[in-house]
Design a protein around this ligand. Sequence first.
Ligand SMILES: Cc1cc2nc3c(=O)[nH]c(=O)nc-3n(C[C@H](O)[C@H](O)[C@H](O)COP(=O)(O)O)c2cc1C
Length: 193
Amino acid sequence: MNIIGIIASPRKTGNTAWIVNKILEGAKEQGAETQAWYFSDLDIKPCRGCWGCHQGDQGCVIKDDMQKLNDAIDQANAIVFGSPIYMMQMSAQAKIFIDRLFARYSPRYSPYFKEESAAQKRLILTFNQGNPDSGLFQSYIDYTRHMFELLEFAVTEVPVVTGMRNGPAQERKDLHTVLKDIGSSLVAERSPE
Ligand SMILES: Cc1cc2nc3c(=O)[nH]c(=O)nc-3n(C[C@H](O)[C@H](O)[C@H](O)COP(=O)(O)O)c2cc1C
């Protein structure tokens, strides 16, 4: 089983990276092959809105690291997508990535193509935030989950880590097991092929 982590934070060794990697670690211990993709290392430019991707089969006209990431997504059985909360929403890096998915998904902004799509990829969506109140951004997080479902990902879990202004995530001993368990369940719940 191949699981990739996508770290939509500008900080390569920040909380998002640590959280996504802990989930991957749990999956790896159960025998999965894992790989982390850091937006801090990738050159992914914003969508130009040219609609070139929906004219013919050439895909997105922007040639950058999005092609590499799309290939990794194609080969993955499951994805762990992590973003920090920035100004009450996902990071700019996360939004740029999602806009670029427009080249590969329904231009109708709906699950219209769901039945026709290839097998759904399982996705764990994880957010982390400075504020300790886990309910503060719940409506936005629910909305984002729904957005990924419209993009035909099967969202299995949405762990939200709060209180990150009190110190780095790795100092939170309670998180180690919880996050690794989420990763190992991803392997255990693997659907038959
Ligand atoms: C530009 C910016 C905006 C932020 N906005 C929020 C916010 O709206 N609510 C919140 O709870 N935390 C906010 N934070 C805190 C981050 O979500 C938190 O520190 C997170 O763990 C950072 O992830 P990272 O270590 O991967 O960069 C913000 C941080 C930055 C740098």
